[in-house]
Write a protein that binds this ligand. Sequence first.
Ligand code: MGD
Ligand code: MGD
Ligand code: MO
Length: 771
Amino acid sequence: MDQTGSQDDRTRKVRIEPYDGPAGGWGSARSLVEILTREGVPVTGTALLTKQNKPGGFMCVSCAWAKPAKPLAFEYCENGAKATAWEQTRRRATPDLFAEHTVSDLLTWSDYALEEAGRLTHPMRYDPASDRYRPCTWEEAYAEIGHELKALEPKSVVFYASGRASLEASYMWALLARLYGNNNLPDSSNMCHEPTSVALPQSIGSPVGTVRLEDFEETDLIFFFGQNVGSNSPRMLHPLQEARKRGVSIITFNPLKERGLERFTDPQSPVEMLTRSSTRISTQYHQVKAGGDLAAITGMCKALFAADRHARAAGRPAVLDHAFIAEHTHGLEAFEQFCDEQEWPTLERRSGLSRTAIESAASVYARAKKVIGVYGMGLTQHRRGTETVRMLANLLLLRGNIGKPGAGICPVRGHSNVQGQRTVGITEKPELAPNDKLRELYDFEPPQEKGLNTVETCEGVLDGSVRAFIGLGGNFLRAVPDTGVMEPAWRKQRLTVQIATKLNRSHLVNGEVAYLLPCLGRIEIDRQASGPQNVSMEDSTARFHGSRGMSDPVSPQLRSEPAIIAGIAKATLPRNPRIDWDAWVGDYALVRKAIEATYPTVFHDLNGRMFEPGGLAKPLPARERRWETETGKANFAVPGGIEADPDLPERSGDILDLITLRSNDQFNTTVYGYHDRFRGIDGTRDVLFMNRADIARLGLRDGGQAEVETVSDDGVSRRLGGLRVVAYDIPQGNCGGYYPEMNVLIPLWHHDEQSKTPAAKSVAVKVTAQA
Ligand SMILES: Nc1nc2c(c(=O)[nH]1)N[C@H]1C(S)=C(S)[C@@H](COP(=O)(O)OP(=O)(O)OC[C@H]3O[C@@H](n4cnc5c(=O)[nH]c(N)nc54)[C@H](O)[C@@H]3O)O[C@H]1N2
Ligand SMILES: Nc1nc2c(c(=O)[nH]1)N[C@H]1C(S)=C(S)[C@@H](COP(=O)(O)OP(=O)(O)OC[C@H]3O[C@@H](n4cnc5c(=O)[nH]c(N)nc54)[C@H](O)[C@@H]3O)O[C@H]1N2
Ligand SMILES: [Mo]
């Protein structure tokens, strides 16, 4: 699979120089004005932004971070505002664009250029004869999709959801799939926090984090594992800055020195902006090797066990919380033995950190009373992602840091409603579906067979067992691994349907019958029979929020996601007297009532309380130290090993570990621009970050061209050339490049053992110089 960088890359001026400013600050203000101007959203018209993330306003379409009860005057960040501008752009991808360009032609465009064509305006059907999308009516689309789905074997159809759709749309989506006859409900979460959804139920009996916003006001230590707050959840910098001002320690583990984890200037503080002052964020910064966290946290636990035995033998207070452990946990002895057996030299080699560094983090932890463990993709996207998340839970359990104020585990979710989608039934696992309730409410037998997750969907497309893919948002074919292998196989499907706001590459690789259906975005007013509708979502801290559209739809042809789902459902399914799809579309409050009836212990008065400041709290039993696990306790876990990649434990010689990264100028596969300010990259995304010593050792040159090739023995050649080598502060043996460009290099089978999340943060590669 030979590929080169983005096509339109050659024409831009490339500038690469270290950035020494803080996160936030003037750089953020400048970057924002730039994008508002380009998308034709007048800076004076940014009144819209003042409604963002406010009770009664609309919830940001960017990240899932908590929305405070007392919001700031501007409760949005540089990247949230960019996401708003991106959706509210004046640009339109009308039928004229598709008349002018064949699909093959559009396939040569970059991700940036495709989305920059603007908002989709008309439903369209792909015409293979002319290789063009042609406008069609909604009725034609529903009728043909329904006809195709009725002819297909239910097991061969996949219903993908990217994490942006509301609770209402997601509930209807999951119900559609189950009524149709399968649990094939993969979700962007399968590429993201699935290790969390597998690890935390085993460890603490909760599929989600236990931390709420108020815990940041009480904590005295925050760990940050593999989460890039400055780019990916910038609003979280405010509570972090407040915490730092109170003297809270922040200990970061990240291979890269990420600016948001180093320094922050609050762009909303005139004083900080004028005096150019900034707050130092991390008090300790450990540049762990890719996949080295499992060893690093094991090392901390080992140090804590040793210190505890030592202290008790000397008659000093214990280091571990023995009362908590005795009352609330299970499996300590086996875990202690595992830690004792690990040798320091191995832990040092696997983590890339010295014993002294690991012990210094452990000693701050041993003194802290209330500790929060924050983490992101740096922990989850590994071969042992689930085991690493469990190891972080082990560390917190040792000192009773789950289920008390100011403490807890805090996975930072990605898409704005990805956590909520799971809450209302989007899951491929039948045991997690509310089947008894579905049976009772809708009088049908829900499918019992396990459905396909993201990796299994790709496997099914490759082996021909998946015949149709219906996508509720997202850019599946660009976000998955092995894009070079997947694209040709994808075309063998009978039916592909994409429900989307903007054009992307997944819309251009089509099955025999293909539709592109444009939908309203969350910021737009959604008018239905009973008037303008509200929708709801769940943030990373398990609070539900209402969201109200504020601007006029970009095209009269657009339909809402619930309306499109209902349209497909009515054309596909036999009539069910218990479900009135039209009534649901006419009034989303009825969908919320159905959600409450299906999940009576989770939702109480969602309709009445969804606009409550700070959001409606979902019950979190683990927060109250009620452990819904098989043992009835919180469980310590012993991993199967501590090497990052059991397939290839040693990355010796010329093999490097590739980390795929997001820039500050993208939202997943949506590329806003080519300026990764914090990393000093401007004008290109075709770069490879490398340690200077590796550059010299491998005969490369800073600024020179390189090709990356994946190390594997499956007979598939995976290469990406035309990359510019950038000398960077990254551990020796690691290199980094941007997602999704690098996805061609990730083998489909290179995924977390337990959750099947692609291991996008540690891919064994070789790098060679190109002329
Ligand atoms: N602006 C913007 N916001 C976003 C997104 C976006 O693309 N753009 N995406 C959204 C989504 S869907 C998600 S899931 C989140 C993602 O947000 P994050 O969880 O922050 O994900 P990444 O940016 O992929 O990588 C996180 C960090 O992990 C570090 N890292 C890599 N490998 C390792 C490792 O082995 N160990 C450790 N400790 N660290 C490592 C990287 O250097 C990087 O700083 O953000 C959401 N918010
Ligand atoms: N190598 C590598 N691969 C990765 C990752 C990585 O770190 N490294 N991260 C993974 C992660 S964490 C995730 S979450 C996935 C992301 O995978 P996806 O969620 O599938 O991808 P996105 O790029 O978020 O999808 C963007 C598209 O969504 C559509 N869209 C936007 N808003 C709406 C809306 O309101 N409704 C509808 N219907 N459509 C809308 C637009 O058409 C836009 O082009 O990628 C994963 N892939
Ligand atoms: Mo994500």
